[in-house]
Design a protein around this ligand. Sequence first.
Ligand SMILES: [Zn+2]
Length: 91
Amino acid sequence: MIFLNLSRYGIVLGVLSSVVAVTRPRRQMPKWVLICPKCKTEFEHSQINDVGMFCLMIQEKPEFANTGNECVCPSCGYVALYFRTDLLYRR
Ligand SMILES: [Zn+2]
């Protein structure tokens, strides 16, 4: 019985990982992220397109209002004011 459960678990894991591999062929997509000041969760602000990947040095951050942009944390729902300098590069 235990063996059955374990093998079933293994099959589920195998299916899941193959689904992830198929649906996310480009896991290394670079992006700009923000960090929630409340729960410290890192969440995606925007993805960086392929054209910009040729040279990271000239990679422009997305435009932000001078007064900051309000973004909602997808993890805890906290709304905070973010500035362009808060954007972090992740790949
Ligand atoms: Zn949060």
